[in-house]
Structure formats: C-alpha cells, structure tokens
Write a protein that binds this ligand. Sequence first.
Ligand code: DC
Length: 215
Amino acid sequence: MNIAIDGPAGAGKSTIAKLVADKKGFIYVDTGAMYRSIALYIIENDIDSDNDDAVKAACDNIDIKIKYVDRVQHIYLNDEDVSTTIRREEVGNMASKVATKKVVREKLLNLQRELAASNDVIMDGRDIGTFVLPNAELKIYLTASVYTRAKRRFDQLVEKGETPDLGKIEEDIEKRDYQDMHRDIAPLKQAEDAILIDTSDMTIEEVVDKIISLI
Ligand code: DC
C-alpha cells in the first residue's frame, strides 16, 4: 500500500507520517530529505544555485542513498550520513530553491518510485499525490495556517535553547510556500483525490487517529 502526504512546510507531515508508519508497520519515506541533501551539496561546494549548468554538473556528482536502521530513514550523500546536517534552516530554504530545477526533480523521481514499488510506504513531500505516486491508495493534503506553522517552529527552536524571531520565521514560511506552489514543475497543490486535513486546531494524536481511520 502507498500513502501520499503532501502539504506546505511546517504542517507536521513528518511527525504525523512517522507515527502513522510506526502504528501500521509501514516505511516512512521523507522526500524532503532528498532535496535537502542536494541543497547541502550545493551549499558546501559553493555552487551557484541560479546557474542551471552548475546545478546539473553537481547532480552528476551526487549519489543519494536511503537506508533504514530500526525502520528510521537515514540519508547518505556520497556515502556520508547527512540525516542531521540537512535539518538546518538554510538547507531547507536552499532545498526549496533547487527543487524548482528539472534536473534535480528527475534525479530523485526514480528513487522515490522504487521505494514505493517495493514497500508499504507512507511518503511525504510536495508532489507525491499529484505526480510521484498518482495511484497511491490514500492521499492526504496536510496543512495549517502560516501563523500556526511558524509558532510550532518557533517553539521547537526555543526548546533547543535558541532565540528565534517569530516574524522572520513567518516570512520564511510564506516565501517557501510561494516558491513551492508557484514553480513550473510539479508544484505543491492538493491532488483532486486527496483528503484535506487542516491541523491548525488539532493535536498530533487527533491527526494520527484520523489518518489511521482513513487507512
Ligand atoms: O519537507 P521539507 O521542508 O524537508 O522540504 C524541503 C524542500 O524540498 C521544500 O521546500 C520543497 C522541496 N520538496 C519538493 O519540492 N518536493 C518534495 N516532494 C519534497 C520536498
């Protein structure tokens, strides 16, 4: 079985998808991590992300592998486990930028489809229900207001001992939404047959229960 979860940054996709995967014995595939790994390579190698030829050359030098350790996804960029490094804010913003490029999206598509073909997966991203897995048995579009998403991120950072700026986080989220929704290739949008869940006023447990009942 394949379950697709799409939605904007910070809607809670990965938290929810992981919990549902654990309860149902599915594998959780985080496709954002794949875009983030390419972004990390671009950042670390000082590549001009606006230069299509340079991004293409980078893609030719990038090998991305996914492995599961105790059912937790680990992502390898040229054999280095980058699962933690890719979580940085600047990597997410760069991921949104490079995700507009055809060469980048094509590179990751096969890997995503192969994982779904050989496993029961719950896969999250931006274009899973609309493009990567159009035949997924269940499609969810998970969203929440910009304020709610920014506040959740703010609280996470405060918990880590950082002193974030809520207004700046809201701005970043709006920018990322716009970029992800308005690109030419596979933009973020709700698939016609996806079920919309707005998590603004829901607890994590409520969202998980709702998806389990839909499954
Ligand atoms: O879900 P995330 O924040 O880790 O994703 C980072 C960026 O990667 C996101 O802003 C857009 C891009 N992305 C994408 O274009 N398609 C996907 N299926 C997943 C992520």
